[in-house]
Write a protein that binds this ligand. Structure first.
Ligand code: ZN
Length: 597
């Protein structure tokens, strides 16, 4: 049964691979009026475009490349602009385009122009003998019943969707094209009107019946347009922006993903929310890199809601570090944990390198039990801000040593290998997660992994929510108040990799931990839950998607963090204190203020 299952999944995997492969392969990107680019040919060629268009005139026995007769210049001829550069590319093995068509849009008398094209191109056997290169004649063409008489490397752009050719002439057709403007005036923003969509869709279906690549000319030229045409099945995408279009289409399969994991929504009962009642326990959940777009994407991929989006007390925090407009996780974690803004890279130390007491230590002194959970290595910057005091986040051994000396009662995270030689065992009973429930030890550590913790995509499953339940149960069992920090760490890592699927699956997974915290707050009635982020990562945005298929298309402005504000959600007594817009370090004083009431 196992083998059968494995074979099945292998098959699905390869089918998937084949599908993505064939999908990517299918689309040709066409550099419209390529000669108008600052650098004709090379811009398109270097960006991997497989179709290059030039308007061509036969003038005084020379093949001129220009938009109109009036714009013809002495130098702009077919050989200078296209044949010589292409020859150079082939001769020197520059680029790896496995399919290329040079689309010559003939503006002068068809027969004489085509004969001249043939006599010129024949001087370039490196081009004419290359089976992957087609010289495609568009615009003014000879009679279609004469196509078969032309050399192998000459192909034709068929522009008449009503006419069928004889099989031998049909063999000479490289693609089928028609004008987009005949069916729609869409400008490439938003969506096609329903009527236009029907018209455009039906003409594409007619065009594709010929079993040749189908192209529209005169199309809008935007990300939305390129995506729309690809989705409608257009095979040749027209663009005046070779670089942008190639980059967009090249990343589309990675940027647009169907999301597989789910967060089962819990609807809070709100019986204690925003009440002026005593708070015993604090659960602080930090989504590393979890900005508003990350939350939006996860919400939209999760049937339009999360447990997080049920909450009513909502604010925003500003994340700037003491020495940098754009914070890292160390400075942001320290600001939240200690109430002091510090320099990037600093863990629990101020701008002068002096250790600052963090909230776990402050609350420990008030009789709290404290714990930290992360899907990062336990020495990662965010968890470390709640137990360590070092001037640089890269001082992993020193941070690890701080954990062995810390007052934490519970920790769970990755990175067991970091502690091989340490005295961690003197302090913590190290247990697998499922044994935390039954232990009588007073301090417990759980390692999820030797090194990094796997991602959801790599099969982490419910580890974070299970650890959250285990941590809450462990810290709450003797009725002492507790403070627990839970980090969803990998939203950030996938942001750094501009990986839509990773960001959304990790944010949905983070919501499953939030769910456990909110459920406990409803049960316990003296618990305040705060959910926030240390910063946003990647300038992630949700450009499109599909609620029904749980599909999200993400876009990115950077591989780094951004300085945008991040949301704060709160639930429980005094949660309204966390509304508004304020600095990240104010979270510390706000928590202490409500705890002391
Ligand atoms: Zn980061």
């Amino acid at each position: 049964m196992f083998l059968l299952k494995k074979t099945f999944f292998t098959l699905i995997f390869f089918l998937h691979l084949f599908y993505s492969f064939s999908q990517n392969k299918k689309v040709l990107i066409h550099s419209h009026n390529d000669y108008l680019q600052d650098v004709p040919f090379w811009t398109a060629y270097a960006n991997g475009l497989n179709s290059i268009e030039a308007d061509i005139f036969l003038v005084n026995d020379t093949l001129k490349i220009a938009h109109t007769k009036e714009e013809i210049t002495a130098n702009n001829n077919l050989e200078v602009l296209y044949l010589n550069p292409l020859k150079d590319a082939l001769k020197n093995n520059i680029g790896s385009i496995d399919q290329l068509q040079l689309l010559l849009d003939v503006k002068s008398e068809p027969i004489s122009t085509l004969n001249k094209i043939i006599s010129v191109v024949e001087k370039y056997p490196i081009i004419t003998h290359n089976k992957n290169i087609k010289i495609v004649i568009s615009g003014r063409r000879p009679e279609s019943n004469s196509y078969k008489n032309y050399p192998d490397y000459i192909w034709f752009d068929h522009q008449d969707l009503d006419t069928k050719l004889s099989p031998e002439n049909w063999k000479k057709v490289a693609m089928v094209s028609t004008s987009f403007n005949d069916f729609s005036v869409w400008g490439g923003k938003g969506r096609l009107t329903h009527d236009d969509y029907k018209r455009v869709d039906s003409i594409i279906k007619i065009g594709k019946k010929f079993k040749k690549p189908f192209r529209f000319w005169g199309t809008p030229d935007s990300k939305t347009a390129w995506r729309t045409f690809i989705d409608l099945g257009v095979d040749v995408i027209n663009t005046d922006q070779p670089n942008k279009c190639s980059s967009y289409i090249g990343k589309l399969a990675k940027n647009r993903k169907t999301i597989q994991n789910k967060s089962e929504i819990y609807k809070p009962n709100f019986s204690i929310d925003q009440r002026r009642k005593k708070i015993e326990n604090i659960i602080l959940l930090i989504g590393d890199g979890n900005g508003l777009s990350q939350i939006s994407a996860a919400t939209l991929a999760n049937n339009g809601e999360l447990t997080l989006t049920q909450l009513k007390s909502i604010g925003f925090i500003k994340t700037q570090a003491a020495d940098d407009f754009t914070t890292d996780s160390a400075a942001a974690g320290t600001a939240i944990a200690t109430g002091i803004k510090t320099n990037n890279r600093a863990i629990g130390t101020d701008v002068n390198g002096k250790a600052i007491k963090n909230i776990a230590e402050v609350l420990f002194d008030k009789g709290y039990k404290t714990g930290v959970i992360t899907t990062d290595e336990i020495t990662g910057a965010t968890p470390a801000a709640f137990y360590a005091h070092q001037t640089d986040r890269s001082m992993v051994d020193e941070i690890a040593n701080d954990l062995t000396k810390s007052k934490l009662h519970f920790f769970a995270g990755g990175g067991a290998s970091i502690f091989e030689e340490s005295s961690l065992l003197n302090k913590f009973k190290l247990l697998p997660l499922n044994e935390v429930k039954s232990t009588t030890s007073s301090r417990v550590g759980v390692f999820f992994s030797e090194h990094e913790v796997p991602s959801i995509i790599d099969g982490r499953k419910n580890l974070l929510s299970e650890a959250t339940v285990a941590g809450i149960n462990f810290l709450s069992k003797d009725k002492k108040p507790f403070f627990l920090m839970v980090e969803g760490a990998q939203i950030d890592s996938f942001g750094h990799h501009n990986n839509t699927e990773g960001i959304v699956t990790e944010t949905i997974d983070f919501d499953t931990a939030i769910t456990e915290a909110i459920k406990f707050a409803d049960y316990n009635k003296e618990t305040l839950v705060i959910i926030t982020a240390d910063h946003e990562t990647s300038g992630f945005s949700v450009s499109s998607g599909d609620i029904d298929t749980h599909t999200i298309e993400g876009d990115f402005i950077t591989y780094d963090h951004t300085a945008t504000m991040v949301p704060v959600f709160a639930y429980g007594p005094y949660s309204q204190e966390f509304q508004g817009v304020y600095e990240n370090n104010e979270l510390f004083s706000k928590i202490l203020k409500v705890v002391n009431k």
